[in-house]
Design a protein around this ligand. Structure first.
Ligand code: BGC
Length: 802
């Protein structure tokens, strides 16, 4: 394709919000749309985040991860692709495979897990399913984008081992197994350089090492310097640069600071993308119509949702309830269910899920008490009293709907607390008293139905007889929940992340979202269960945990050879038997326990998993495959993955601390004689204070971490007047100049005009606000129109004391 000079340049930027450029001499324009658990296709004239085509909201990534099922991830992918084809969307912006570093991340519901093997395997299944249907994907957010606080300016400082073994591993697996059409470069910096301008990440690692041949696109507004992004290996700035960035490209080419070869490379990747997934790529338009697709997808969403629920407790087998048992439903989350999160993944669906509707449809008797206002954190005394009075006079089982409300989790902002909302805490505590006052034989059974995309403190609900957790599980989670509670389906989800007891126990407690742009990942490879297990930290619930209405046994473990030399695949087989009363699914995890050594290494790591469906009394043989990588660490000296020699243990179970089968396996690798105990001594300290029963916070000093990184940390937070540029945020500049504080007020007024009927606590409002004030000036100038853009330039001058 022979593009003229201007079209070549034009093709490096999007057109409007959702399209690639339409040029006279270049490829056709294609439509890109969110997102990870449903289609959020918008036409260019729509200005509000939540207005998009009607689509199916599937279980979010956090929920699909709890299914531990590649088929489930593929089913979501195929369903979204079917809708994308109908809307002529060529690229779906998902999956999101960032590691859930802290329970507080506002976007945790959009991500799979704390574990890269789980995230990578499910992400690859999703990508293959979408792309097999002829629609491209965008694996996001590449990379180290693990918090929403200062998401556009944060500088994720990650040592090379943690980067390779934890934060890049899922991306690597997906690139190698599923060849995604595009990768989305994230907003943040990694070790000092913005992802979009990070040559090491985009070219050395992604293209040269992993062999990625697709296109790299920027997250929306993440490209701050188009010439340097193209030089680093980014191909497409999204959305369009509003005439701010194209002139810089012309200039860089004229001055010779960027060669045309970079533009040509980027053009080729976009042309290839359009030819493979664009409108003329020979897609069939003769499939079923939208109504049929939506109906079909609703059925799939319901079945999937029922596979994602995690039964955390079931004392005295109070669940399942007999069909038609009268229940007291308490909590507004029963009607306003947490089925998705706020932000760019928000799906416009036909009907919001409502558990009470399902109960009525099924003619199951219930009394409903709202209990609290889910849009407020504080207690509503009237609602609280109403709920208590119902319980005082009725002894039926209580279904308490609690957990993280819609306001709590969303894109653009992080949670600030590990607790459930105060109103729920008060209600739970008074409810406990109310029940305790009754004679024993009249005391209600309590089932706590927990909702949320990430862990929180469940201890206030610990008096409940049963606890069932559902991650935001999509539009059909009301039906699915009823199927689960009344025993049509057994819960089979497993936690895709560890639920710590306290926020202070999380390995990144001291460094997560501190307010500084510089975010030191001092916990290094000790993320999630890798930390809790290795340092013997007690948790609420471990990674992989989940109960069933049935009972399973694993037996007869066989290894394909008595030892492994790192060459080719190695298989592990065993039998899984359903010994319980009910047909049910079961999840088995294979952990490799590493030999004890003197270098930093987690005790064990998930290396394979499988979900099986078994009728009562049925059994099946499961075979899981390992490879050299299953025993490897990243060696920063040789810059390669290597297998340290030693005797490893193959462990089969679900939760990491509940192993059913194990066998030792000598593995011949390299003599890795590194001794980290002196150099990185802080990582070897015990985690318990001698005087206290609680484990101490995981404290690694900045100096120790810098040593681990092998180079000085790229601290970028200490800019002074004279050093500010368009990469700074309004909030940052507001500390230095009054004009920035005026700009802040103008932005707030602008957002109010844009979203006149949206409440201030609404995730949509919060996302706009936080992205505009904590985002870069560059992004504000592109989105805010000419007057804001001019004023922002003035603010910058003032802040720089000019
Ligand atoms: C989000 C991406 C999303 C994009 C387009 C960004 O703010 O980070 O995940 O795909 O917007 O909506």
């Amino acid at each position: 394709m022979a593009l003229d000079y201007d079209d070549k340049l034009r093709l490096t930027e999007g057109s409007g919000m959702w399209h690639t450029a339409a040029t006279a001499t270049g490829p056709a324009s294609i439509h890109l749309a969110d997102g990870p658990h449903g289609l959020r296709a918008q036409s260019e004239d729509i200005k509000q985040n939540n207005e998009s085509v009607i689509a199916t909201c599937f279980p979010t990534a956090s929920a699909i991860a709890a299914s531990f099922s590649e088929d489930a991830a593929a089913c979501v992918g195929a369903g979204i692709a079917a809708e994308a084809l109908l809307e002529e969307v060529s690229v779906v912006l998902g999956p999101g495979v960032n590691i859930k570093r802290s329970p507080l991340c506002g976007r945790n519901f959009e991500y799979y897990s704390e574990d890269p093997c789980l995230a990578g395997t499910l992400g690859a299944a999703f990508v293959k399913a979408v792309q097999n249907a002829g629609v491209g994907t965008s694996v996001k957010h590449f990379a180290g984008n693990n918090q929403e606080t200062h998401r556009m300016t944060a500088n994720s400082e990650i040592d090379e081992r943690a980067l390779r073994e934890i934060y890049l591993a899922a991306f690597e697996q997906i690139v190698k197994e599923a060849s995604p059409a595009t990768i989305m470069a994230s907003y943040n910096r990694i070790n000092g350089t913005y992802a979009c301008e990070n040559h090491h990440l985009l070219t050395d690692i992604l293209r040269k090492e992993w062999g990625f041949t697709g296109a790299v696109i920027s997250d929306w507004g993440a490209c701050l310097n188009l010439p340097s992004a193209l030089a680093a290996g980014m191909d497409l700035e999204m959305p369009d640069g509003s005439a701010l960035h194209l002139p810089t490209l012309h200039k860089a080419l004229d001055e010779g600071s960027l060669s045309m070869e970079h533009v040509d490379n980027s053009n080729n990747h976009i042309i290839n993308l359009v030819e493979t997934y664009g409108p003329k790529a020979g897609k069939s338009q003769t499939g079923p119509g939208k109504t049929a697709v939506l109906n079909n997808n609703n059925g799939a969403a319901r079945e999937l949702a029922s596979k994602t629920a995690v039964l955390l407790r079931n004392e005295g087998d109070v669940l399942p309830l007999r069909k038609g048992t009268k229940v007291i439903i308490i909590g507004e989350l029963a009607r306003k269910m947490r089925y998705q999160g706020g932000g760019s993944s928000h799906i416009h669906i036909v009907r919001e899920p409502d558990f009470t509707r399902v109960m009525s449809m099924r003619s199951y008797p219930y009394i409903y008490a709202r209990g609290y206002d889910s849009c407020r954190m504080g207690v509503n005394k009237k609602l609280l009293r109403e709920a208590l009075s119902i319980v005082r006079h009725n002894d039926d089982p209580i279904l308490f709907f609690g957990g993280l409300t819609e306001w709590a989790e969303g894109e653009g902002y992080d949670r600030t607390s590990f607790d459930m909302p105060a109103a729920q805490l008060a209600l739970l505590s008074e409810l406990k008293e109310e029940i305790r006052k009754k004679p024993v034989e009249r005391r209600n059974v309590v089932v706590f139905l927990s909702f949320g995309g990430a862990p929180y403190d469940l201890s206030p609900a610990s008096y409940a007889d049963a606890i069932l957790h559902m991650y935001p599980a999509g539009q059909a989670m009301d039906d699915a929940l009823s199927d689960l509670l009344f025993g049509s389906v057994s819960p089979s989800g497993r936690l895709p992340e560890t639920w710590p007891k306290r926020l202070e126990d999380t390995p990144c407690y001291e460094t997560y979202a501190t307010g500084s742009d510089d975010v030191e990942y001092r916990e290094s490879i000790f993320m999630g269960y890798r930390y809790y297990d290795t340092y013997n930290i007690e948790v609420q619930y471990p990674f992989g945990y989940g109960l069933s209405y049935s009972k399973f046994r694993c037996e007869d473990l066989k290894l394909s050879a008595p030892s492994y030399d790192g060459d080719g695949d190695f298989t592990v087989s065993f039998t899984v038997r359903n010994e319980g009363p009910m047909d049910a699914d079961h999840v088995v995890c294979l952990y490799v326990r590493n030999p004890e050594d003197h270098f930093l290494r987690a005790k064990k790591e998930l290396r394979a998993f499988k979900r099986v469906s078994l009728k009562a009394s049925e059994s099946t043989e499961v075979t899981l495959t390992l490879s050299a990588r299953s025993f490897s660490i990243y060696d920063v000296i040789t810059q390669n993955f290597v297998i340290p020699n030693g005797t490893y243990t193959i462990e089969i179970g679900s939760a990491y601390n509940d192993i059913a089968l194990s066998a030792t396996l000598p593995v011949n690798g390299v003599s890795y004689l590194v001794d980290d105990r002196i150099r990185y001594g802080e990582y070897f300290l015990p985690r318990h204070d001698y005087m206290e029963s609680q484990p101490s916070v995981f404290h690694i000093s900045s100096e120790q971490f810098a040593k681990l990184c092998g180079q000085p940390l790229s601290h970028l937070n200490d800019l002074k007047p004279g050093e500010f540029d368009t990469c700074c945020s309004v909030n940052q500049l507001a500390r230095y100049t009054f004009s920035a504080r005026i700009l802040r007020s103008l932005v707030k007024i602008g957002i109010r005009f844009r979203l006149p009927h949206v409440k201030k606590q609404d995730p949509q409002y919060r996302m706009y606000l936080d992205s505009s004030l904590d985002g870069t000036l560059d992004s504000l100038m592109k989105n805010g129109g000419p007057s804001i853009s001019r004023f922002a330039k003035y603010v910058l001058k003032r802040a720089n004391r000019k």
